[in-house]
Design a protein around this ligand. Sequence first.
Ligand code: NOJ
Length: 448
Amino acid sequence: MVKPTLQAAAFGKDFHWGVAISAAQNEGAVSEGGRSASIWDVYSRRKGVIKKAAKPMPACDFYHRYRDDLLLVKALGFTAFRFSISWSRILPDGSGKANPAGIVFYQQLIEECHALGLTPFVTLYHWDLPQVLQAEGGWESPLINRWFRHFAKVCAKNFGTVKHWIVLNEPAGFTTLGHLLGIHAPGRRSMDGFLKAVHHAAIAQADGARVLRQYIPDAKIGTSFSCSEIIPYSDAPLDIAAARRIDLFVNRLFVEPLLGKGFPEDDKGIVQKMNRLNKSWKYASQMQFDMDFIGLQNYFPLVVKHASLIPVIQAAEVKPAQRKVPVTAMGWEINADSFQHIIRRFWKYGAIKEIMITENGAAFKDSLQQGRVNDQDRINYYHQYLDALFSAKREGVKLGGYFAWTLMDNFEWAEGYEARFGLVHVDLKTQLRTVKESGFWWRDFLKT
Ligand code: NOJ
């Protein structure tokens, strides 16, 4: 086994080392405790949209097994635990009255974290909108901002012992995959709908933070972004321009309004097209909030070239398979340098106080043999990415924490249960947990 060469202690004693999960991917118990359906429960009933017709039920049954799972987090040596709140569990009607059983569930989960000395990092929204709100237009309706403020308020008032919050998980992810490409819930494929969802999500990320600040003044508040270094395929000016356009959508779309810069505008061509489709790019001040930290989630870089036939964006990815680079089981390029580059790039905005890596990890084709999962690929992955993280720290980036994605194999959205990202293997029939070699590697690393 590759031994950790880096020392966890080199990141400083206040650095948060955590694992991250989300409600829809782990909890299961979708019709227990007064919970109503989420868009993922409903979307997963459609034919052919999720590998092997998998459903987010029972997932890892975290709802019933959270105490044991937290013991595992502790035993692996982590000091922080990131999870999200299921909106449909807290507010089965989407808005209106809170569900006492839902509140109690999260209060107990939070208490258990505190009792074990694990700092809870709570994500308000990790992609599982209540279906009742989807029926009213969901993220494409301007009412979402009112509904979201109410949800944030109920959470803030009931979970005030939590001092670390993440408002939205990867807004570029859920708007693009769910509203433009139609490959995630709610399965919408509409440019107009996508732009509306983007606009409302940009307001929600700041609104949510304002509500949290009001009710929990001493909380550290952030929000998380997916990010990828965008590498032009060649030095040709057309490829460089194509990379700039993709960068706008992948990296800049949500952070810039938050920093008070409004939606990114320097590529006039695209912005004009976007404006024609959506006349409502306004409320710049409502999209701004001075976050305590920004969460970055990185999985791969993107290599991009000019493609005149692709509408609006006129750019296409040059897939890793064509470039013959190392990939994970998701086909995502493994490139730790690009992790360092994208962290540096966000830090260069100059207006971000602190960066937390709120997700990073990899799926591989694991196999359980004689009670062991020998996942050397994942160990090598973490090894390289943590080295890159340390290089970013040495360059002067203020880094507050790192969360591995994810604790255990879980419901990986449209990939169903095929993609295994966990440090802990889950037998889906028996729910038996087996710590993978990478889990032990983390334990050794965190001991240092
Ligand atoms: C980002 C998402 O936040 C998470 O839910 C997902 O499982 C990982 N990426 C891996 O795809």
